[in-house]
Write a protein that binds this ligand. Structure first.
Ligand code: GAL
Length: 382
């Protein structure tokens, strides 16, 4: 009897497990390294495809208010697209330190480090040659009672891209089976003190990648404050209120309503780090960061994170690239919501620290929950 019961338990739990992720070849890098593309699916209609180069989200399909699915992130059909000049960090894992480091310099434990100034005069998104978006990661698919996932591992040697310490990084994408939620979990350890700040750089258009504009999308950010910057987008160190500025997204606002007020600034539109309000629910590691919706398709996206900040970037550098499926990516036709520690934290002692020490573990997690709204009256503030 006991054996029958445990067999039954085994069968029941096996039947509640999601099916295995699938894998296909995605081509080769210019150095001849093979790249694989993994597919995660759930029973609610969300499909995520992630490749081993840059642990990059290549496709993300979500249903609209009529149940029609579309790929809602920018990308390319092949590795060559991702290796081209046109790639502005589409969908990638970004690091070792995402966003900017002033003049590519920082001092740690009395030693000065110099990094690539690949966004003149600053360092951007981990460097020029071997940043985390450009290397091929090792993938391990898994399935558990919550859904399907892929864990990507990469060991960045001491000194790679100028950063100290051998950094062991893992990024797991987990697609929930019972909800339209994709969670990205980041972990890292080091053998020398080093700055770490990881994010995902997906460009979203909830109307479908290649749709004209995201200026009709509506956004709400859980942020009373932001970090003002100089003309090279490096924070001044101050933390200022969004009140009476075009950065006030405390209530749902149409993105296009005030973006032109920023076009003539150094940011060229929205390209700002918002300081997330501190957690209301102390039981949860996660904090609500952003709500995005597209009135046309009805698709919504809710982002929760363990990070203290979020960079909202309105695709100001998109320039009509030809992307996946023959689609064109026009100026401001997609946006990024990059959960992270604040830019240039390594040079600002007053910002939450990005320094990882030997013996400690870096941990970060962000969840993206997709839904639909059928509301006719989608109220926004003026
Ligand atoms: C964003 C950044 C922008 C731009 C973009 C890549 O994360 O905030 O300024 O560099 O990446 O084109």
């Amino acid at each position: 009897m006991k054996h029958v019961c445990s067999l039954l338990t085994l069968l029941v739990s096996a039947s509640t497990l999601a099916s295995e992720p699938t894998v296909e070849d995605f081509g080769k890098t210019k150095d001849g390294e093979a790249v694989q593309l993994y597919t995660l699916k759930n029973e609610k209609g969300l499909v995520a495809k992630i490749m081993t180069r840059g642990a990059t989200l290549v496709e993300l399909h979500a249903p609209d208010k009529d149940g029609k699915s579309a790929d809602i992130i920018l990308g390319w059909d092949d590795v060559a697209g991702y290796e081209s000049e046109d790639n502005q960090y589409f969908g990638c894992t970004t690091g070792r330190v995402c966003n900017r480091i002033a003049k590519g310099k920082f001092t740690l434990d009395g030693e000065e480090y110099t990094l690539a100034t690949n966004n003149d005069p600053n360092h951007l998104h981990g460097g020029a040659e071997r940043s985390l978006d450009k290397v091929v990661w090792k993938a391990t698919p898994f399935t558990n009672k919550f859904g399907q996932g892929i864990r990507f591992n990469y060991t960045s040697p001491d000194g790679e891209e100028g950063y100290p310490g051998k950094l062991k990084v893992s990024v797991s994408y987990v697609l929930a089976n019972s909800a339209n939620r994709l969670t990205i979990n980041y972990k890292a350890t080091t053998d020398k003190a080093t700055p770490v700040n990881l994010t995902n750089h997906a460009y979203f258009n909830l109307g479908g990648a290649g749709s004209d504009t995201v200026l009709n999308h509506q956004l709400k950010l859980n942020a009373d404050n932001y970090t003002p910057t100089d003309d090279t987008l490096i924070p001044t160190g101050k933390i200022e209120s969004v009140e009476k500025t075009p950065l006030d997204f405390r209530k749902m606002r149409k993105i296009g309503a005030r973006v032109e007020k920023l076009t003539e600034t150094a940011a060229l539109g929205y390209d700002h780090n918002f300081v997330l309000n501190s957690k209301k629910d102390n039981d949860s590691r996660y904090n609500l960061a952003a709500m995005l919706r597209d009135p046309e398709s009805g698709r919504t996206l809710r982002i929760s994170t363990t990070e203290p900040g979020i960079q909202f970037y309105s695709g100001n550098f998109l320039k009509g690239q030809n992307g996946k499926d023959g689609k064109t990516y026009a100026h401001r036709s997609a946006l990024c919501l990059e959960t992270q520690h604040f830019p240039d934290s390594v040079n600002h002692d007053s910002f939450p620290s990005t320094i990882l020490k030997p013996g400690d573990e870096y941990m970060s997690s962000t969840s993206y929950t997709f839904g639909v709204t059928k509301e006719q009256d989608q109220k926004t503030e003026k």
